[in-house]
Write a protein that binds this ligand. Structure first.
Ligand code: TNX
Length: 551
């Protein structure tokens, strides 16, 4: 079906349903000020076609395809989404009825083939949203949420506009480390909910690390019974001499809770990418099962930050264990990518271990770097055999990697460039732009952070596709992701302070067309959205110079 046919069928549905148009009054001065469309991330095409429109009564949300259960669910989500700016929910009518209508439709012949693309038309008939996929409808609603305002006494107003939108990148990620500090299911859901508002669609859940194992694995109950708790946490950056706080810290998610989060995310068009760290950052697992290490142990769950020498030993026992873990992980997470870490693996134990050296001899591996590559190839083969794809931090490139494996470039973009040139898919996640554990202002007036300096504007200026890539190589850049490591982020309030508003800058980097990106425009649109976040109780950081307020 051509676009014109879709539109005319939408028009037909509307003219049946909209006998009484509820457009009231002339746009007044207040309404006129709202004429500018204020949306983050900025859409691909925005055309303001007239004066702001004002409608009486609550918006009636209708669907063009009432047999489509997922679309009907979206209509109910729409009622809640619009309640936020309007202060009261819209009314859901499954088929168009009377009154100003927000009409949702999914059309397999929608001209843009991306399931995330959509069109939104606001005119005297109301608002018409169409898309090829449900994701597109969801994103249109996030756009609309930012466009509507209440119009006293009981109505609403929206700029008359036509928006045609699609994401620049398919992978738009935000990460959360729940190992260094544990965050409850409630906070994790809120994290996902907030990211979905800005059309971010991949939640990278860093579930295991030296300082805590956070996912229940039924085959290996000691992972959470022992590995989910540390006896204390290092105080500040007090490495020398070490001083701990003496307070036990921990927690984990049951498989039921994981399923709950995965389903919650799916309803918001977010895919969860779980990370199970190997062969390094594994001390919590070794505390639970010391036989997986190259030395006898015993080990205790990490209480300080940084890199530990005790890593998984590359034995058959370890591979059997990890395959058991990954089997349960794959049952819980339906997404294509399974993140297996691979970063910061010291080779001290492997070098001194007879078992590790025997594997090197057996496999004809020249050195311990080649042994790590062998380790990753074994895991990759296992995941591939189960139709999943391995993703890991850029160190997995060392020593060679199967072409299907994807690379997350954290040490600058060079790992990503090398990976794209070698034909791997890449997610850009460089520390010097996209690490949200870095400072946002003068450390003297900020809460203690890891280091670095990534203020809002720097995040905004990140460009995921390096100029040095050819057009063909650039197609391997699937998107970008910001990482939230939580060594120095012990509370929900501080988490939100570190992530907002930087996640809004990230959203525009990964969604909006490169040529529309404009810092001044973003900064002008930001206050309205900060107000919206404030209404939700999000403890974001004020981004003006000197605006840091400790949470
Ligand atoms: C490096 S980024 C790490 C993390 C730390 C982070 C702190 C990466 C793959 N590894 O384990 O939390 O630095 O910024």
């Amino acid at each position: 079906m051509a676009q014109g046919t879709i539109l005319s069928s939408v028009h037909r549905a509307l003219s049946i349903g909209l006998l009484a148009l509820a457009r009231v009054g002339q746009p007044g001065a207040v309404v006129a000020q709202q004429a500018a469309v204020q949306v983050i991330p900025w859409p691909a095409q925005v055309e303001v076609t007239g004066e702001p429109l004002t409608f009486a009564g609550a918006p009636v949300i209708a669907v063009l395809n009432p047999a489509d259960a997922e679309l009907v669910l979206l209509a109910h989500q729409a009622a809640a989404i619009l309640a936020e700016p309007l202060g009261r929910p819209g009314r859901v009518a499954v088929t168009p009825g009377q009154g100003p209508v927000v009409l949702l439709s999914v059309d397999p012949a929608f001209p843009d083939t991306s399931a995330e693309a959509y069109q939104l038309i606001a005119d005297g008939n109301g608002v018409r949203i169409s898309a090829r996929g449900h994701a597109g409808v969801f994103y249109a609603l996030q756009t609309l949420r930012q466009m509507v305002r209440p119009a006293p006494p009981d109505g609403w107003t929206v700029p008359e506009a036509r928006i045609v939108d699609r994401p620049r990148f398919s992978y738009r990620g935000l990460h959360l480390d729940v190992s260094r500090h544990f965050f409850s299911v409630t906070e994790v859901k809120r994290y996902v909910d907030l990211m979905a508002r800005y059309k971010l669609n991949r939640f990278h859940w860093h579930l295991t690390d030296d300082q805590g194992w956070r996912i229940e694995i039924k085959r290996y109950p000691r992972l959470t019974r022992v590995g989910a708790y540390r006896k204390e946490t290092i105080l500040l950056k007090n490495f020398d001499p070490y001083v701990g706080d003496g307070i036990r810290h921990g927690g984990f998610y049951t498989q039921e809770q994981i399923r709950e989060v995965v389903a919650y995310a799916a309803e918001r068009q977010v895919t969860v990418v779980p990370e199970i760290e190997m062969p390094g950052h594994a001390l919590a697992a070794l505390a639970a099962y010391p036989e997986l290490a190259c030395t006898p142990g015993p080990f205790e769950v990490g209480t300080r930050w940084g890199v530990y020498d005790d890593v998984f030993c590359p034995t058959e026992r370890t591979f059997a264990f990890l395959e058991g873990v990954l089997t349960e992980v794959m049952e819980l997470f339906p997404g294509r990518y399974i993140h297996v870490g691979g970063d910061e693996v010291t080779k001290v134990r492997w070098h001194a271990s007879e078992a590790a050296q025997a594997v090197m001899r057996r496999e004809g591996l020249a050195d311990e770097e080649a042994l790590q590559s062998y380790f990753m190839r074994r895991i990759e083969a296992f995941l591939s055999a189960h139709q999943r794809r391995l993703i890991g931090w850029n160190e997995i490139l060392q020593g060679g990697l199967p072409p299907e494996a994807a690379v997350m470039s954290w040490q600058g973009t060079s790992g990503g460039i090398a990976a794209a040139r070698a034909g791997h898919d890449v997610i850009m996640s460089p520390g010097d732009y996209l690490y949200f554990d870095h400072y946002q202002g003068d450390p003297a007036s900020e809460p203690l952070a890891w280091g670095g300096f990534n203020p809002l504007e720097r995040v905004y200026r990140f460009e995921p596709v390096p100029d040095s890539l050819t057009a063909a190589e650039a197609t391997h850049v699937l998107g970008a992701q910001a990482n939230m490591w939580t060594e120095y982020v012990p509370t929900d309030a501080q988490l939100e302070y570190m992530v907002y508003p930087r996640a809004l800058a990230l959203a525009e980097v990964v969604w909006s067309p490169r040529e529309t990106r404009n810092w001044a425009g973003f900064a002008a649109r930001l206050p309205a959205e900060l107000q919206a976040l404030g209404r939700l109780g999000v403890r974001y950081r004020s981004w003006e110079p000197g605006g840091g307020v400790k949470p």
